[in-house]
Each structure stands twice: as C-alpha cells, then as structure tokens.
Design a protein around this ligand. Structure first.
Ligand SMILES: CC(C)(COP(=O)(O)OP(=O)(O)OC[C@H]1O[C@@H](n2cnc3c(N)ncnc32)[C@H](O)[C@@H]1OP(=O)(O)O)[C@@H](O)C(=O)NCCC(=O)NCCS
Length: 174
C-alpha cells in the first residue's frame, strides 16, 4: 500500500508535533512536552514515522531509547507506539517495531524492554508475536489504576544472565 517508514527529523518542530498528536490520541492523560523532548532530543535515531502517500500527516510512530542497565548491559526501551485508527491491522505497527528493533540491535542492545497495559490485547499480541516475553506484572502501574506487564526481547546471551554476575570484579589493589 506504499507506506514509507522514515527516521524522525529533530531539526523540524512539526515532526515533534506529529509524534505528540499520534501518541496523545490514545492516552487518557497526555504526556507533557518534556516527556517527548526527553526521548526525541536524546535518541532521535530511535524514533520512526510511518507515512502514507494519501495522507498529509504521518499515520504511525514509534519512540525508543537505549541506555546502560545496571552497568552490565545495554537495554533498548520502546517508550511509545501508535498507529492512526483507520490504518490499524495492516502490519504498520509490526514494521515500525521491526525497524526499531533492528536499529537497537545495530547499536549493540543486549535486550529490548517495554511495558504494556494488561488489558491491551492488541499490543500484547503484537509484541509477543515478535518474540517478547512477559517477565513481570506491575500492580496499578498506570494513572487509570490498570496493571502492566513488563516485556523483554532478549537479543544477546547477556540478557539471560543476572546483572550481578555480569559486573566486572574490581581490580585488586596491591
Ligand atoms: C497496538 C497498535 C500499535 C497495533 O497497531 P497495528 O498497526 O494495528 O498492528 P499490526 O497491524 O502491525 O498488527 C501486528 C499484530 O498485532 C496483533 N494485533 C494488532 N491489533 C490487534 C487487535 N486489535 N486485537 C488483537 N491483536 C491485534 C496481531 O497479532 C497482529 O498480527 P496479525 O495481523 O498477524 O494477527 C495499535 O492498535 C495502536 O496504535 N493502539 C493504541 C496505542 C497503543 O496501544 N500502543 C501500544 C502501547 S504498549
């Protein structure tokens, strides 16, 4: 259907507005602009937009980050994902997640993490279908009192080893 997937452009203010519009549409309480800036200013290479040739504005987006976790491994994180209602169930989210995973792998991420609401069947099926594993249930995690599942996609062997055992022993002082 000719959907184009491209990287977020930090130099254009309109790009941030597109991401904000797409994500805010599905939130009961909108994020502050600082939340968007936190992700987009620091990891613009981990944000992608889906563009339809027949729509004036992007129809989907994914926002991620990658950081060292407990000094032992590099953890990618999917912070936000949304596809406009009229364009859902066409594989657009799956492509966006696939592109983001590929980019985080290239950056050397050992694992990729996210949280999804327990009631969000669409998101859970999407992520579990792509290999993410439920590792924890977090009670009343969201403002609406809903519980969340924490999901992880292991990328390297490090992801399956407790961080305590990955830490380098301190150099012995003689
Ligand atoms: C979740 C969301 C991003 C899915 O977008 P999408 O483009 O419709 O998803 P895709 O078409 O790529 O679907 C991929 C897989 O997800 C699952 N899925 C998607 N929508 C689903 C639904 N309504 N019910 C059950 N499973 C669903 C299916 O397993 C599907 O694979 P299949 O088509 O081979 O069965 C979209 O519904 C959305 O924007 N929701 C609101 C925001 C949100 O919940 N974001 C995720 C926060 S964690």
């Amino acid at each position: 259907m000719g959907i184009e997937y491209r990287r977020f452009d930090l130099s254009k203010i309109s790009e941030l507005q597109h991401v904000q519009r797409l994500i805010d549409e599905d939130l009961s309480e909108p994020y502050s602009v600082y939340v968007y800036r936190y992700f987009l200013n620091q990891w613009p290479e981990l944000c992608y937009l889906a563009i339809s040739p027949t729509e004036p504005q992007p129809i989907g987006c994914i926002v991620c980050k990658a950081e060292e976790h407990r000094g032992a491994r590099l953890r990618g994180y999917i912070g936000m994902l949304a596809v406009t209602k009229e364009y859902r169930k066409r594989g657009i989210a799956k492509r966006l997640v696939g592109i983001a995973i590929e980019q985080m792998r290239k950056m050397g991420c050992d694992e990729i993490m996210l949280e999804a609401e327990v009631e969000n069947q669409a998101a859970l099926r999407l992520y579990e279908g792509m290999g993410f594993i439920r590792v924890k249930r977090m009670f009343r995690y969201y403002l609406n009192q809903g519980d969340a599942f924490k999901l992880i996609l292991p990328v390297t062997e490090k992801s399956c080893i407790r961080s305590t055992f990955l830490l380098q022993p301190e150099t012995e002082v003689l």
